[in-house]
Design a protein around this ligand. Structure first.
Ligand code: ADP
Length: 376
């Protein structure tokens, strides 16, 4: 089977690592020939994943296509689907998720708990909703990793509101942020991974580290799992879906957003679960049975992020010390250049005891640094 991946970042790279266990012939479309996935696929195609022609030309000879990012040309995928190329997830599901306005409306229409919202067209329109604050303002399309998300607490904050279509949603009093990954097979059967719990770095608005299975009460987990399954069933698409949720201070569950693809919150599944999220997506694409999502040991993921003040060729300080730690697995994404906040890799560490696990995660976070040769 000829299978294409739109996007050549680290998620594509890890998908390709898992593909090597099967017989798929792999293709990657990406406009950066030095991207993390470029050297792991059978065929690298240089091109823009947002361009109709580039995506259509890339896809027309393939049996199946998947994505590692949602900012792809959905019109081309729809045409390819009509011509018989199988797309995971379906273009219809990507269209719903790609735009936060459509995504929020979808939750509302399907009875999925997600914080109340109003749609905003521009800054003037947002300013008219001062009575809706405190709120979180999200750009409709093009936001990622906290970019395109603004917390607007008071009317004074409204002058900085971005001037583009988006949603203004009620600020949730967050107790915990969790993510659940659900796999949906073409036959409609599903498998769900244990919830992961995210620890966010408020300065960068990036994930700091994450533990899995999440330490949450069983009854909250049941609600979260039921919501995740309901959401994926409503999307009516085969594929892998990561659902980010908030647990508020009252223990209520709210969907923040969904990613219709393999996800950061599932990196640890490579070592810490019987079937990784990457292997699971290949099983779906290749028509094999779903795998076993059970955890082998509790795990933490520590993102390796470019240090402040360092831009240039990447050097990894403390790598040898990390590699001395039992059950620590280093993944470097092959990005030659570091810059502040750039995701350069991750470390998964496993331990049967959560106290020791978080201790090790903190230790790794403190000893590993990505720096450049010269300060900039
Ligand atoms: P991105 O897709 O760019 O990561 P998110 O929608 O996940 O953006 O938002 C980034 C972060 O902002 C979340 O992880 C959460 O900490 C905070 N956030 C987002 N929406 C809300 C909300 N409605 N209430 C409170 N905090 C929020």
């Amino acid at each position: 089977m000829k299978v294409g991946i739109l996007g050549g970042g680290q998620l594509g790279r890890m998908l390709l690592q898992a593909a090597a266990n099967y017989t798929a012939e792999t293709y990657v479309l990406e406009n950066d020939p030095g991207c993390p996935a470029a050297h792991l696929c059978h065929h690298f195609v240089l091109g823009d994943i947002t361009s109709y022609d580039a995506v259509y030309d890339f896809g027309k000879g393939l049996d199946a296509i998947t994505i590692e990012i949602e900012s792809v040309n959905v019109d081309a995928l729809e045409q390819l689907e009509k011509e018989g190329v199988r797309i995971y997830p379906s273009p219809a599901a990507i269209r719903i998720i790609k735009n936060k306005i459509v995504q929020k409306q979808f939750y509302k229409d399907h009875g999925i708990p997600s914080s109340d919202f109003v749609i905003t067209q521009n800054r003037a329109n947002t300013e008219a909703h001062a009575d809706f604050l405190p709120a979180v303002h999200k750009i409709g399309e093009g936001g990622y990793d906290g970019k395109g998300v603004q917390v607007l607490n008071t009317p004074e904050d409204l002058v900085n509101a971005f001037d583009a279509p988006g949603v203004l949603e009620k600020k949730v009093a967050i107790q915990k942020e969790i993510a659940l990954i659900v796999a949906q097979h073409t036959d409609g059967s599903t498998a769900i991974y244990p919830a992961s719990e995210m620890m966010v770095n408020p300065a960068l608005n990036l994930l700091d580290y994450q533990i899995s299975p999440a330490l949450i009460p069983e009854k909250v987990l049941w609600v979260a799992e039921a919501v995740a399954i309901k959401l994926v069933k409503a999307l009516q698409s085969p594929g892998l879906f990561a659902i980010e949720m908030f647990i508020d201070i009252n223990g209520e569950v709210w969907v923040n957003e969904t990613a219709p693809r393999v996800h950061n919150s599932g990196h640890h599944t490579i070592e810490a679960n019987h079937c990784s999220q990457y292997d699971m997506l290949w099983r779906i694409i290749l028509g094999y049975p779903l795998g076993n999502t059970a955890p082998i040991l509790p795990a933490a993921i520590i993102n390796i992020i470019g240090a402040e003040g360092h831009s240039g060729p990447a050097h990894y300080e403390g790598l040898e010390d990390v590699l001395k730690i039992d059950n620590a697995f280093v993944h470097l994404y092959g990005k030659k250049q570091t810059k502040p906040g750039r995701k350069m890799g991750h470390v998964t560490v496993m331990h049967s005891n959560y106290h020791d696990l978080t201790h090790k995660a903190n230790k790794i976070r403190n000893i590993l640094r990505v720096v450049s040769g010269s300060k900039s």
